[in-house]
Design a protein around this ligand. Sequence first.
Ligand SMILES: C[S@@+](CC[C@H](N)C(=O)[O-])C[C@H]1O[C@@H](n2cnc3c(N)ncnc32)[C@H](O)[C@@H]1O
Length: 229
Amino acid sequence: MCETKVMKLMQKASFLRIHGDDDFKIIDCYQICGFKLEIGVDPSSGRGYGSLVWEAALGLCQYFEKEGIRFSDKKVIELGAGTGIVSILVALLGGDVTITDKPELLSGIERNVSFNIPSSFKPQVKVRALRWGLDINQFPSDYDYILCSDIMYIHDSIPLILETLLHLSNEKTTIYFASTLSYGKNVTRLGHVTLSQYFQTELVCRYGFKDINVYRMCLNTPTTLQLHI
Ligand SMILES: C[S@@+](CC[C@H](N)C(=O)[O-])C[C@H]1O[C@@H](n2cnc3c(N)ncnc32)[C@H](O)[C@@H]1O
């Protein structure tokens, strides 16, 4: 592993603070790419893992900052977006973003979008239900970027995530997939091995202390498949 790829993960910019709002009791604040993001989280909402910001999401945001990646006029979709932090940053960086998760997560994402994205940007942002493997036919296959952070930790989800990525991508699509490898025992590693049979996969950044890898992936074409035979 190249030492320069091992990064420190960004910290919250301020303390958690109580917000006088029935939707979000806690707001986490982050400084990234020159933006201050205020992300409502609610661990007691009963909406599952998606009501928190996971560290791979922070790793992906920080990777975009480090690399100076901009998304102007790019069509982007995020899977299992949770609070929506990654997509919100990508929308502020110019992307035309579809933020997806299970239906019960969408109201929280919409709140975070309205807190953080100026109304002039809002036409670029859609919040939609996408349950992996189930709703995929309601989405096209012409995305420039697909984003995923900490979504591969359950064994049964691996084929569903694979099916969803295969449906959404074409040979020009770039997937950025950040994963905390230590979650779900070996499921995350197994999932990435499975995906690497269908996508060319490159480790582009690692946050060693947190065991987070950021992968860049693109669909195997017949040419690249031949090279692997
Ligand atoms: C560990 S959280 C990560 C959330 C966010 N990506 C982050 O890094 O902060 C996993 C996310 O995947 C979503 N998820 C789990 N199973 C799903 C499924 N079958 N279809 C769509 N989303 C799913 C959860 O609702 C949750 O938001």
